[in-house]
Design a protein around this ligand. Structure first.
Ligand SMILES: [Zn+2]
Length: 506
């Protein structure tokens, strides 16, 4: 009994001592603890399958260096006088540097006919600079920390705008009901939704509604945790439209909410239409045992680091060139043509790829396969609380492999994705995922797998958001698909062209 009492009191003392030690403040349930390992060293690698030894040379860590190199091209452009609108921007010095860089790799790999084919661009929308300042009483909010003009949006003129702010929820008709937005800066929550990007960019079509009701400017608060800078695809309204990061969005919303009189917003956006710029197609050829062809293409342009979109695809293309160049020519049944496309993050619809479409008779008459390497690796993310959490793996891909009239090609692709660990949805897309293959698949057997991540078109789409494991999986799978297709005849793959509807934005 006595022993029990002693042990009880010891336990009590221990508890009291523990209670008196300073305790770390409890974390909110949605806040993570410290990371126990760096993600980059912990990405889950898909093991090389039995019988896959021929693809062991395709090394994701090696391919990832090409993503880093392309991000460095973007950052050099940013650091040389373009602090707000930067990236590998079509028609600029960063475009030229990316073309030279890619041609350099094609030459190093000893491809034939390496050349940079110049492309004349129509006048290009180039925002030179912008400032956005909201004020209410003694409070000022510099919203240009995250604000960025939607692609193609008009400027304000040198005097800028000085207007009242108004909040309209998510920008639906219900949100606008009973509100006077005439002559005001209209703020709304929005989401840059992949798949609804075509010409609207946004959740509810709020910018158009604001314009119709006489707004002076529109701000779409992109509801991604943090304060990222987003470039929206053209929203096709005639007043200035900006995307805003979520922290800046909350700040202006709360300022509007607690101000007796509407805050004022000063907006200045200097935009030029720059004529006479050039972009290019970058070509390299790996001659095979026949004049039948396989194309591998990847667009070189993108906003900010553009690491997924599309440094990843370009890295995959280089990886395929390196892999097949090691193979003796007689074992390559078909000639492989590699093309770095000018891209489509501009308002011209991709002049270079349209040149290819216009020359399809000579380019694609004997083409067995066109692989579009676009967004080939993307980190898996989740929302938890108001945070984007990153996982140690890559996301599933939207995919298309020739469509239902080419069951053999589809079967080869499904097997290759499974064998090399490319995560995909069970259902293919009816047409290629939005991107460059959309211009070609009606007359060329095409394969494309890619994803649109949370960081898509933002300044947070850095090389860290491109797992090397995903690059490895996608690139090995594409190499396997090339080999599989080389076991088929042209007649198994080619089909009469499908009718093409009007040309629009990707
Ligand atoms: Zn892309």
């Amino acid at each position: 009994m006595r022993a029990l009492c002693i042990s009880l009191s010891l336990a009590t003392v221990t508890l009291i001592a523990a209670a008196q030690r300073p305790q770390p403040a409890p974390l909110p349930a949605t806040e993570p603890a410290q990371a126990l390992y760096p993600l980059d060293g912990a990405f889950l690698q898909w093991p090389l399958p039995a019988g896959g030894q021929a693809y062991a040379d395709i090394d994701g860590r090696h391919l990832h260096t090409y993503v880093v190199d392309q991000a460095a091209i973007s950052r050099r452009y940013r650091d040389h006088g373009h602090p707000q609108f930067w990236g590998r921007i079509t028609g600029t010095s960063s475009d030229a540097e990316s073309a030279d860089w890619l041609a350099g790799h094609f030459k190093r790999i000893a491809l034939s006919d390496v050349r940079i084919q110049p492309i004349d661009l129509p006048p290009q929308w180039m925002p030179q600079s912008w400032t956005i300042l909201a004020t209410s009483g003694a409070t000022t909010l510099p919203l240009d920390r995250s604000a960025a003009p939607a692609y193609g949006t008009p400027g304000t003129g040198p005097d800028g705008l000085d207007v009242d702010a108004v909040w309209v929820g998510t920008g639906s008709d219900a949100d606008f009901a009973g509100r006077d937005v005439r002559g005001k800066a209209v703020f709304m929550f929005s989401m840059a939704l992949p798949g609804s990007m075509n010409n609207t960019s946004t959740l509810e079509g709020g910018p158009k509604r604001a314009e119709t009701r006489g707004a002076a400017a529109v701000f779409e608060v992109i509801t991604l945790p943090g304060n990222s800078r987003n470039i929206l695809y053209p929203v096709r309204v005639n007043v200035p439209v900006f995307a805003l990061g979520m922290e800046d969005g909350y700040a202006i919303r709360d300022l509007i909410g607690r101000s007796e009189r509407a805050p004022r917003v000063r907006i200045r956006l200097d935009v030029k239409q720059v004529p006479n710029q050039k972009s290019s197609l970058v070509w390299g050829t790996l001659p095979g045992a026949s004049d039948e062809t396989i194309y591998v293409m990847a667009h070189r342009d993108g906003w900010f680091d553009a690491a997924t979109d599309n440094a990843s695809g370009v890295a995959t293309m280089i990886g395929l060139a390196e892999h097949f160049a090691k193979m003796p020519r007689e074992r390559r049944r078909r000639t492989i043509v590699f093309v770095g496309l000018d891209g489509h993050h501009n308002d011209s619809g991709g002049v270079g790829r349209m040149w290819m479409v216009d020359h399809r008779g000579e380019l694609f008459a004997k083409t067995a396969l066109a692989i579009n390497a676009e967004h080939t690796s993307t980190i898996q993310t989740y929302f938890y609380g108001e945070r984007i959490r990153r996982a140690n793996t890559y996301t599933a891909q939207l995919w298309y492999a020739g469509g239902p009239t080419r069951p053999k090609l589809q079967d080869i692709a499904i097997r290759a994705f499974r064998e090399f660990g490319v995560s995909t949805y069970a259902e293919p897309e009816q047409a290629p995922p939005p991107g460059d293959l959309g211009r070609f698949f009606r007359f060329v057997p095409g394969v494309d797998a890619g994803d649109f991540n949370m960081y898509f078109h933002t300044d947070e789409e850095t090389p860290e958001t491109v797992p090397w494991t995903g690059l490895e999986a996608s690139t090995r799978a594409y190499a396997r698909i090339v080999d599989g297709v080389n076991g088929l005849e042209l007649r198994d793959l080619q089909r009469p062209p499908e009718p093409e509807p009007g040309r629009g934005q990707p």
